[in-house]
Ligand binder design. Structure first.
Ligand code: NDP
Length: 239
């Protein structure tokens, strides 16, 4: 049976790259987007269209979706994974860092949902998986702006889920705890990075990107009439 098109944003590293591997192994044609297109291509996945898209550019994302749909039919699953975490204290952090996080974690996610939802509603089918975070459920030191973006992702997911439920479209959110990826490396304060590393070590290890990818693949693989709305997944020892 021909598998339907899955779009994964931020597939050039970490959780997105692991998801791309899982969905490719399940036989889905893929549209993979990120700024580092060479890292998308290096995954060497079969049937994967790799496009350089800065997700803050809604028009560029729409064009990539149109190109992929011309080859593989309508998008059946969008995974809104691209994101940025810049930790800092609210009294000293550069406000541009807040702007960058809200642009990619929140506004780009809304734009991407808009790019596929109208067609999903017409087809009465489709799934959007938004990657939120445990930081979309509770707070952590030095996370104020990031937590704000992820609470927004969780709230948006819940609201849109209600909006489109009548159209049989599934909106899901997945909220990982700490996962070993490049995410922390963009924070500018060395002191905060070191504190985070100590915290990770105190847990005796954190999740792997593959743990999240496996979970997302399971959520999507349920029948269209079954919506696993919201999953929180953490290392067992994480508080
Ligand atoms: P990575 O830093 O490894 O991956 C982030 C991905 O987002 C990269 O592929 C990056 O691609 C992409 N991205 C960032 N900005 C843009 C942009 N403007 N346009 C397009 N793509 C962009 O981190 P993770 O894999 O950990 O993060 C994935 C998601 O998981 C994020 O939403 C994050 O908030 C969430 N998360 C992560 C947790 C963790 O502990 N790691 C815990 C909970 C949630 P490129 O740079 O090539 O553009």
């Amino acid at each position: 049976m021909t598998k339907s098109l899955v779009v994964i944003t931020g597939a050039s590293s970490g959780i997105g790259a692991a998801m791309a591997q899982h969905f490719a192994a399940a036989g889905h044609p893929l549209l993979l987007v990120a700024r580092r297109v060479e890292k998308l291509q290096a995954l060497k996945l079969p049937n994967a269209l790799c496009r350089q898209v800065d997700m803050t550019d809604a028009v560029a994302f729409q064009a990539a979706v149109k190109e992929a749909e011309a080859a593989h039919g309508p998008v059946d699953c969008l995974i809104n994974n691209a994101g940025l975490m810049l930790l800092g204290q609210i009294d000293t952090q550069d406000p541009m860092e807040w702007q960058r996080m809200y642009d990619i974690n929140v506004l780009a996610l809304l734009n991407a949902m808009q790019a596929v939802l109208a067609d999903m509603k017409i087809r009465n089918a489709g799934t959007i998986i938004n990657v939120s975070s445990i930081a979309g459920k509770k707070s952590f030191p030095n996370h104020a702006a990031y937590v704000g973006t992820k609470f927004a992702v969780s709230a948006i997911s819940e609201n849109v889920r209600e909006e489109v439920a009548d159209s049989n479209v599934r909106i899901m959110s997945i909220c990982p705890g700490a996962v070993e990826t490049e995410l922390l490396s963009h924070t500018t304060s060395q002191e905060i990075i070191e504190g985070y590393e100590d915290w990770k070590e105190s847990m005796g290890g954190i999740l792997a990107a593959d743990d999240i990818a496996r979970t997302a693949a399971f959520m999507y693989a349920q029948p269209q009439g079954v919506n696993i709305r919201d999953v929180v997944i953490t290392a067992t020892r994480q508080q």
